[in-house]
Design a binder for this molecule. Structure first.
Ligand code: FMN
Length: 193
């Protein structure tokens, strides 16, 4: 099983990354597989320029690190979108990547030509935030669902972690770690069935 972990925080070893590592390493310890972590902040990814090129070909005309990332997305069985909450949404570092998935959206909805559609694949969102409001993650969950729909990966669910701000706070929060471990066991059960 190929696991792709798309890290959207500019902060190395921050809360969202620590949560993702907790989930992913537990899945691998339980059912095996290999994970690739991509730190999107370190990738050269231009924002979508809305040129309409992908509407004709299904391919993005912008040549940067996305060329490799399209292939990694297509090749993954399990994908994690991982990001901090910035102003009630996903960080810009992950959003610019998601916007470039417009080429996949065009291929699916305009050209009616999905690339790899298998019900066994799954996509999950892992998102952290400093505060605890009820609607804190509403925007991010909608974006994540739309992203996974565009790449034809069934949405599995989300791990939403409130009340963590400074680096390291997730790793000191037993309750949130337990939530992460529980999600890992659920995902492991799905993939080993
Ligand atoms: C630019 C910026 C905007 C933020 N906006 C929010 C917000 O709207 N709501 C919130 O609860 N936390 C907000 N935060 C806090 C982060 O979501 C929080 O610190 C998170 O745990 C960081 O995850 P990371 O360590 O993976 O980067 C913001 C932080 C930054 C730097």
């Amino acid at each position: 099983m190929n696991i792709l972990v798309l890290l959207g925080s500019p902060r190395k070893k921050g809360n969202s990354e620590s949560a993702a590592v907790t989930v992913v390493e537990q899945i691998i310890a339980t059912i095996g597989g290999k994970a690739e972590y991509i730190r999107l902040a370190a990738e050269e990814i231009a924002p979508c320029i809305a040129c309409g090129g992908c509407e004709k070909t299904g391919k993005c005309v912008v040549k940067d690190d996305m060329i490799d990332l399209y292939g990694k997305v297509d090749g993954a069985d399990l994908i994690f979108l991982v990001a901090p909450t910035y102003f009630y949404g996903l960080s810009a570092q992950i959003k610019r990547f998601i916007d470039r998935i417009q080429a996949r959206w065009s291929r699916k909805y305009l050209l009616k030509s999905p690339f790899r559609k298998e019900d066994t694949r799954r996509g999950y969102l892992i998102c952290t935030a400093a505060t605890k409001g009820k609607k804190l993650f509403d925007g991010s969950v909608l974006v994540a669902k739309s992203f996974f729909d565009a790449i034809d990966v069934p949405y599995g669910g989300e791990l939403l972690i409130r009340g963590v701000d400074q680096r390291g706070e997730f790793s000191q929060n037993r309750k949130e770690i337990e939530k992460a471990e529980l999600l890992a066991m659920e995902i492991a059960a799905i993939f080993s069935a």
